[in-house]
Design a binder for this molecule. Structure first.
Ligand code: THU
Length: 127
């Protein structure tokens, strides 16, 4: 959660003013972080989770232990920021149903599994 909060400081969100940070722990013990990066052409922006996952995958990482996520409006940290649907789908590409996703902040957080957040998912097993 600490790493996610630190990553959140890099968020570029001048349009929504909603800042998000993610920290992804790899099975090899490294932590890849990400923040949301918005764009004047709104759909061109990217969420914090996907920034972290794409950074890790682009560095050759494919196996992950857990993801922590922290978000909220500028100047405050929300009690919980749940991952958006697109990010849940991207997580499901690389992580099993039991993958832990930790939501909250440094003071209070709760772990969910990917399966809880994305039940009945469409994955590479379906192709
Ligand atoms: N956002 C994330 O970074 N992750 C999520 O899962 C939820 C939404 C970002 C995208 C956008 O920059 C801002 O939060 C408001 O939607």
């Amino acid at each position: 959660m600490e790493a996610a909060e630190e990553a959140r400081e890099g968020a570029y969100a001048p349009y929504s003013k909603f800042l998000v940070g993610a920290a992804l722990l790899t099975k090899s013990g490294k932590v890849y972080t990400g923040c949301n990066i918005e764009n004047a052409s709104y759909p061109a922006g990217i969420c914090a989770e996907r920034t972290a996952i794409f950074k890790a995958v682009s560095e050759g990482e494919r196996e992950f232990e857990a993801l922590a996520l922290v978000g909220g409006r500028a100047g405050e940290v929300a009690p919980q920021c749940a991952p958006c649907g697109i990010c849940r789908q991207v997580i499901s590409e690389f992580c099993p149903p039991s993958f832990p996703i930790i939501l909250g902040n440094e003071e209070h957080f709760e772990a969910y599994t990917l399966d809880m957040l994305l039940p009945l998912s469409f994955t590479k097993q379906d192709l």
